[in-house]
Design a protein around this ligand. Sequence first.
Ligand code: 3PG
Length: 201
Amino acid sequence: MTGFEPILPVVVIDDARDAEALGRALLAGGIHQAEITLRTPAALSALRALAGMPGLRVGVGTVLEPEQAEAAIDAGATFVVSPGLSESVLAVCERRGVQAVPGAVTATEVMRARSLGLRTLKFFPAESSGGPAALSALSSVFPDLAFVPTGGIDASRAADYLALPSVIAVGGSWMVPRAAIAAGDFTGVEALCRTAVEAAR
Ligand code: 3PG
């Protein structure tokens, strides 16, 4: 059902030429997965470069339209994350055999996703939607669902989410700051990744 490690970096990358150094920093920091968000023109090229790196599982994020899912899967994405639920995006994922992880934050949204067969959901935006307490209450009535809380989480909060039995991974950009990537500070990214992995133990 899952296939996720506990820490899911949510990457916003401005220059695809930084992708391989980023991938090496993730791996050196003990992280073997990344969600590349479609928020920059460089995202698809970066995704393609990262998907070609052995040992790294790469997905796509901020997927709003089915065409974006198609293009990202063509580029090597093995999971597709969306802020909310789009049936047309789900249809692409189903046809292509790629895991979809749509966002849901209310019981009604969760029930809708569940009724469509989904069992792993993104709890987004996590911090402003009530944080671990809200997710704990929500997931207590959906024992067959797994959640990836994302949005506003940082190193100090990750363990609180991961302590919940329903949480299989915590997503966030705190260990891959956009500015650090753009500045070429991959030593810093590696250190942040290592700290995040340690906090998840
Ligand atoms: C997402 O795309 O999932 C979030 O915007 C990432 O959240 P963060 O940048 O607040 O960690």
